[in-house]
Design a protein around this ligand. Structure first.
Ligand code: KG4
Ligand code: ZN
Length: 338
């Protein structure tokens, strides 16, 4: 087997990330989080681009150092070309183009959402790879999709959100409760100590395999406002129960559609990806579905759930093996292309 080393670069949102992949294995996976956005309660695009510019060279140096390889050993550079924030994508795109021309190696453009799905093909001990076809539910701060995957680069979106992404549902609910951004992991942690049936929130009614989360957010807001009017300490006194109930509702919404998708397609290999797949509730729900529905679930290793460059590098490797390189004139795209 030949030695192929891929440098993956991810800069689509607020994480600057670089990873080195040797054939199918990750040697290093470095992420610089941008804490700057915490105090604004969300990602500020201008600040994100600026932070990417500051972080990108140190992050790449760190990835090379941790992998213990020299940049001259690299076979190709894979970068996120979209979807994402334009200013953020431009930093990674221009950097990757320049480094590829400097090292005289191929450049490979990667779709961020495909990467969340294909992260399951990273060689990891204890993690199986799905066979084709499988269903992938990508759940993140920017997307909520159910994708039918027939081959590495043959996929079809069969359901998606018509408004907010599921990560936004977590983050916006958290904001109502006064939790810092991103609230998903905080709600997850607090939910573990609460009663998921303490409060009930109305689930949206959306046709087919599509999702909607904006109504849920409004429902939670009105509920909290009403309760706080009667008892100003309502949130503090019930925080774990509120979090558990919100999480329970969101997971029910996701699982309902996933069950429907599996029934419609007859596919029982079910993979999840994206930041929200780090959630312990959804992980448990998938585990339960193993006996309940006879599914074979695929849950990514924790470090490949939220945005990372390891997932970009594996897509880079799969494209490298096919000789599928980027055009010299490749540009960043704010919207997804598949
Ligand atoms: O994939 P990702 O890192 O970035 C995007 O492409 O959006 O996803 C970030 C989202 C945020 O909304 C964050 O709150 C959510 O993933 N998230 C979680 C958890 N960890 C991250 N949501 C629920 N439970 C978690 N444990
Ligand atoms: Zn993502």
């Amino acid at each position: 087997e030949t030695d192929t080393y891929i440098l993956g670069i991810e800069s689509s949102c607020d994480d600057t990330a670089a990873a080195i992949l040797h054939n199918g294995k990750i040697l290093s996976n470095v992420v610089a989080n941008q804490a700057i956005h915490y105090r604004y309660g969300g990602v500020v695009p201008e600040l994100a681009s600026r932070a990417h510019q500051q972080n990108i060279v140190p992050v790449v140096h760190q990835a090379l150092a941790q992998a213990n390889i020299d940049k001259k050993q690299l076979s190709a550079i894979a970068f996120t070309s979209g979807p994402g924030l334009m200013g953020s994508l431009l930093v990674g795109t221009s950097f990757s183009k320049s480094l590829a021309i400097g090292l005289d190696i191929p450049l490979i453009d990667v779709d961020h959402m495909q990467a969340h799905i294909l992260a399951h093909f990273i060689d990891e001990e204890g993690f199986d790879k799905p066979d084709f076809p499988f269903l992938a539910m990508t759940i993140s701060g920017g997307h909520t999709q159910i994708v039918r995957v027939d081959d590495y680069f043959k996929m079809e979106v069969i359901g998606q959100t018509i408004d907010d992404a599921v990560g936004e549902a977590f983050d916006k609910s958290g904001k109502i409760l006064g939790l810092h951004y991103p609230a998903g992991p905080v709600i997850d942690k607090l939910a573990k100590q609460g009663n998921p049936k303490a409060f009930s929130f109305t689930k949206p009614r959306v046709d087919g395999l599509d999702f909607s989360f904006s109504g849920l957010k409004t429902g939670i807001l009105y509920f909290i406002q009403k309760q706080v009017k009667d008892n100003p300490n309502f949130i503090e006194e019930n925080l774990t129960d509120i979090c558990a109930s919100i999480q329970h509702t969101i997971i029910n919404i996701l699982m309902d559609k996933l069950v429907k998708a599996s029934k419609q397609t007859g596919i029982k290999q079910i993979a999840i990806g994206g930041g929200v797949s780090a959630n312990s509730g959804i992980r448990q729900a998938l585990k339960d579905a193993e006996s309940q529905y006879g599914w074979k679930p695929f849950v990514p290793k924790f470090e490949y759930t939220t945005d990372n460059a390891g997932m970009i590098a594996i897509v880079g490797y799969l494209k490298y093996l096919e000789g599928n390189f980027a055009d010299d004139r490749v540009v960043a795209k704010a919207r997804t292309s598949f």
